[in-house]
Design a binder for this molecule. Structure first.
Ligand SMILES: Cc1ncc(COP(=O)(O)O)c(C=O)c1O
Length: 456
């Protein structure tokens, strides 16, 4: 074992290691401190509503909706039933030059909840695929309109847009980029919007600096010229970088600058979509409509992998009303599993569940209760900032000298030992519970975190 791994981290979850753990050498785990994990595994064997259970039967409150995706809670009956029925009826249908009815039905249902104007839907299987699909659509759109010089993408520092080459190129998290060579060329980045000096401990949207941060786009346009820029891509609220909110007026100003220069605006709503911010989408919550919107996760409640890109009709029309023979494919892009029957069945049942239980706006009802609970942690040892919106919360801790990320990781392990699952990025603890969470469960989630933080 690597000596650099802190023995206390290894020991922490060892007490809960199941008696019969599977052999663990072959599985190359994604985004995991795998040496630590494999020395003291945290396995999950069962899930229902707000909880997981470990193989030995310990109940864990899910404070992060799986991975920001199980918005309606686990193993919801309608979704389970729909997937079971679908697999027996039509397990697979090829999506190229063929289709099955549920993909059309789902697209029609989805555009009833998207912001007006975003009424064309392209199915993918993940957030990363949605991002790369949207980037390709942007370049193809400009080219089809005779503006083939518009190939450049503008992302943002600290942005997370998945792990494919397009996504890491426009993304701005150094740890996800530095290992993988030059990536896409012709990419630039806006400044990030985290400004704790002026906006620390904001409740909801921070007040300061929005329009001026968005003006950074004018600097980039002046450097490269608008005629080289295809699209700007941002998360309305950045999640994976540790929950960073857009200050008041920021997204509106970005929209104006994009319009002024003929640049497409892409919102990456992979985590903000489907009710996370107390509204169906971030675009709905902030009243700013992008030209393309990437989604995944909550679209199918995490049950079957699925993603979708929503496009303005004009973009779809430009790319499909082409002057070629009818047998020619208009947009040469798609995945073997685009609109997979199981994913469509899961997504349709998910939309039913969201609608029946009012989940796409429930985050707005609980926002202030969640905010009160979170902001009561101010003053606990090592807490240096707290941020929240909808059912997203973040508590930022002062890093341990020379060991960035370790303090938060330690807190994550202790919370897990106490029966609560939270998530860490750097030294930020993030919470994004299923939208069915009760007030008592919010108390348990934040209270457990408080108990761990009080240990110092
Ligand atoms: C904003 C955003 N974009 C893209 C992705 C990538 O999604 P996936 O892991 O499904 O590829 C994520 C995942 O967390 C995300 O938060």
């Amino acid at each position: 074992m690597n000596k650099a791994i802190d023995a206390s981290l290894l020991a922490q979850t060892a007490a809960h290691t199941p008696a019969h753990t599977p052999a663990m050498d072959a599985f190359w785990m994604p985004f995991t401190a795998s040496r630590q994990f494999k020395s003291a595994p945290r396995l999950l064997a069962k899930a229902k509503d707000m909880h997981f259970w470990t193989p030995e039967g310990r109940q864990i409150l899910d404070g992060i909706a799986g991975l920001w995706c199980v918005n309606a809670g686990h193993a919801r009956p309608k979704i389970v039933e729909a997937v079971q029925k679908q697999v027996a009826e039509l397990d697979y249908a090829p999506p190229f030059n063929m289709a099955h009815p549920k993909s059309f039905e789902l697209a029609e249902r989805l555009i009833q909840i998207t912001p007006a104007g975003l009424n064309r839907v392209f199915f993918t299987n993940s957030g990363s695929e949605s991002v790369d699909t949207a980037l390709k659509m942007a370049v193809a759109y400009h080219r089809a309109r005779g503006q083939g010089t518009r190939t450049r993408f503008i992302g943002r520092e600290r942005g997370y847009h998945g792990v494919n080459f397009g996504g890491i190129s426009v993304g701005g998290i150094v740890g996800n980029r530095k290992t993988f060579g030059p990536m896409l060329t012709g990419v630039d980045h806006l400044r990030h919007t985290y400004d704790p000096a002026r906006n620390g401990y904001s409740r909801g949207v921070p007040l300061h600096g929005g329009p001026e941060l968005a003006e950074d786009l004018e600097r980039i346009v002046a450097l490269h010229d608008a005629s080289t820029i295809a699209a700007v891509i941002v998360e309305p609220v950045a999640g994976s970088t540790g929950v960073v909110l857009p200050p008041e007026g920021y997204l509106q100003r970005l929209r104006e600058i994009c319009d002024k220069h003929g640049i497409l605006l892409i919102f990456d709503e992979v985590i903000t979509g489907f009710g996370r911010l107390g509204a169906p989408f971030g675009a709905t919550r902030f009243g700013v409509t992008p030209d393309l919107m990437t989604t995944a996760k909550g679209i199918s409640n995490g049950t079957v992998p699925m993603g979708a890109v929503f496009a303005r009709q004009a973009i779809h029309e430009t790319l499909t009303n082409v002057d070629s023979a009818p047998h020619v494919i208009e947009f040469a892009h798609g995945y073997t599993y685009s609109g997979h029957p199981l994913a469509c069945a899961a997504a349709l049942a998910t939309l039913d569940t969201y609608a029946e239980e009012g989940l796409l706006t429930r985050g707005a009802e609980l926002e202030s209760y969640f905010a009160d609970a979170l902001h009561a942690l101010k003053g606990l040892p090592h807490v240096i900032d707290i941020r929240n919106i909808g059912l997203v919360g973040a508590v930022e801790l002062a890093p341990l000298a020379g060991l960035p990320g370790k303090r938060a990781f330690d807190v994550f392990l202790q919370c897990f030992d106490l029966g609560v699952l939270v998530r860490t990025t750097g030294d930020t603890i993030a919470m994004s519970p299923p939208l069915i969470i009760s007030k008592a469960q919010i108390d348990q989630l934040v209270g457990t975190l408080a108990d761990v933080l009080k240990r110092g």
